[in-house]
Design a protein around this ligand. Sequence first.
Ligand SMILES: *Cc1c(COP(=O)(O)O)cnc(C)c1O
Length: 466
Amino acid sequence: MKYISTRGQAPELGFEEVMLTGLASDGGLYVPKKLPQFSVNDIRCLKGLDYPALAVEIIRPFVDGFLSEERLVQIVEQAYSPFRHKAVAPMVQLDSNEWVMELFHGPTLAFKDFALQLLGPLVNEALERRSEKAVILGATSGDTGSAAIEGCRACEHVDIFIMHPHNRVSEVQRRQMTTVIADNVHNIALEGSFDDCQALVKASFADQSFLEDGRRLIAVNSINWARIMAQIVYYFHAALSLGAPERELSFSVPTGNFGDIFAGYIARGMGLPIKQLIVATNSNNILHRFFANNSYTQQQLLPTLSPSMDIMISSNFERLLFNIQDRDGKKLKALMDKFDSTGSIAINPDRWKLARNVFVSDDSSDEDVISTIRQVFDDCGGYLLDPHTAIGVKAARACRADKSTPVVTLATAHPLKFPEPVIRAGLQEPPLPSWLADLHKRPEHYDVLANDKTVLHDYIRQTLAL
Ligand SMILES: *Cc1c(COP(=O)(O)O)cnc(C)c1O
């Protein structure tokens, strides 16, 4: 399979290069040149497969030319073996024709494990074949960092450096990163904000001279195509368990950078009968404003009870814009340039209406989150939602076209990761599971660094030389 850049000026690449490259050289994002198609009969043949076997079937066409069937099976089975639920992504029913799919049974209790458990070994495989070593450098406000660390801790060809803003992530989130003791895992608490962390990552990609021995620098943020690819699988998993291909369904997706829901859009493009994709946002609702009013306009960041969705702009949204603008790289580049200079764009109204045939949206305040958690707890036998999932459930109920089509909300995190809204809903904070019970006693490893590029680069160089 070949991949092209959304801005039309970068070379076409195969899967391996796309995965190792991240951002395209023209500033765009890579997308498949042509999507693999699954006919009704193809989808029927997927019924009854367990999660790893299904993942192999869905992923195979995307990694064509990179992995043998045998190796793909091995890597996928290993990636999902640490999940603590046999079904990997179990479905829970809330009401008639209303479901949540629990995506939080991986090692770090959030859906990002689905992609990062796979990405680490895939990157490692590519590096091994090339006899190369790489540095993964990332910034995190919470869930991504721990999932990336868990995904890479066993990868011999990778050193991973994750920066989090010092004293500004929750204790559970910090400990999930800093208690991983492995020679190739390096945690940095940066004296600055999450934006400062991100700015340093960006500056490091722009000037890689600090990596003297020709090591490659790799990004694992959600613009990496391999992450989207891994997330397509669970849309098929949910649809098959609710009667696809004979029956269509809708999804409600708690959305920040638009990576997770974009994977659903790809699944639909591959032939999965998805009726609606419901974009569920918090008060950082740039996407809701786009789908409601055709205005994609940047605003101030508002801290919320659902911090993993606190974004000002959605990095993967460019991939959707590319599709709805005729996949014309020139047009898209002009549009993104306009957004960069003015902070606001609208698209051709006919195109916008077409997008609205698939996407609908909703936003939730912190008060909505608390009341949805309480309501579902009371109505569903004490079932506890995390704040991100609560936003999804509220949106599913507000936006679904009809009650005869099943709607599935993606449960993106375990409620114990975000206790504050649970407590504010008047409920008991859930305990840590037994395998994490000693998290608060485990020794932590991290270094506090000044918010300075030279300091960071010296630190990375010295750490690699040890
Ligand atoms: C990352 C994250 C999201 C947002 O996902 P995107 O792919 O950025 O849209 C939602 N919920 C949780 C818990 C997350 O960690």
